[in-house]
Design a protein around this ligand. Structure first.
Ligand SMILES: CC(C)(COP(=O)(O)OP(=O)(O)OC[C@H]1O[C@@H](n2cnc3c(N)ncnc32)[C@H](O)[C@@H]1OP(=O)(O)O)[C@@H](O)C(=O)NCCC(=O)NCCS
Length: 200
């Protein structure tokens, strides 16, 4: 038996919802919901690990470390949890939480201009890949974005990220372009990002 319970939670935006995902008997369940204050360290752990592994061989270790520190540091993430939904461009961190209460995955996005949603973050405890948790996180972020008017959704993925690109292709994203992503110290392009999108 499986089911998805969506419940509207009134906040500053019309629909920031949470989902409790019940799965088959004997299969672990995960709660998909907005992150709460106090979960910033766990979110950073999951994101740093996912970012490092998926960037391995694509970015230098110095750049991986620099970006991980910049984006996934607890002070910044604490602030990003607190400001969820203050403006449509950042609808907040969304987490997948195990029955034991541990954060096993994190995602986040918002809408930029007009009707374009963006997925900025999507990482999962890598030992749990392939069980549908990434899709649940993306579904939640997608519903958030649709609730504030998004009709398309964009993501940037480092070219060569074989832990991310096949997932987005499987979820209906199409590669629309390729842009410089990380510059090396000598000014050359160290890595490109693929710009991918889908209708939502
Ligand atoms: C991307 C990620 C969040 C996906 O989460 P997940 O729980 O493994 O994904 P799901 O199980 O929900 O769905 C996987 C889908 O992608 C497909 N897929 C194919 N190759 C895949 C691959 N190498 N990696 C992941 N998914 C792949 C699966 O077939 C499945 O599609 P289906 O349900 O239609 O069969 C997770 O793999 C991850 O954390 N990757 C590393 C971090 C990363 O690259 N994040 C994106 C940065 S932009």
């Amino acid at each position: 038996m499986s089911g998805l319970l969506l419940e509207a939670r009134s906040r500053r935006l019309p629909l920031l919802c949470f989902a409790i995902v019940a799965r088959g008997e004997g299969v672990p369940s995960y709660e998909i919901r907005l992150a709460r204050a106090g979960e910033e360290e766990a979110i950073c752990d999951v994101c740093r690990e996912g970012f490092a592994v998926s960037s391995d061989g694509l970015l230098t270790s110095a750049n991986i470390e620099r970006r991980a520190q910049e984006y996934y540091n607890p002070t910044r993430v604490r602030q990003e949890i607190a400001t969820a939904g203050d403006e449509p461009r950042w609808l907040g961190y969304v987490v997948a939480v195990s029955e034991a209460g541990g954060v096993v995955g994190a995602a986040g996005g918002g809408i930029s201009e007009g009707t374009a949603g963006n997925v900025y973050v999507l990482y999962l405890d890598l030992a749990l890949r392939g069980q549908g948790i990434g899709t649940l996180l993306l579904d939640f972020v997608t519903e958030q974005q649709k609730s504030v008017g998004a009709t398309e959704q964009w993501v940037s993925v480092t070219e060569g990220n074989n832990l991310g690109i096949p997932f987005y292709l499987a979820r209906g994203f199409v590669v629309r372009g390729r842009v410089p992503y990380v510059m090396a110290d000598d000014g050359t392009v160290e890595a490109h990002a693929l710009r991918m999108s889908r209708a939502i």
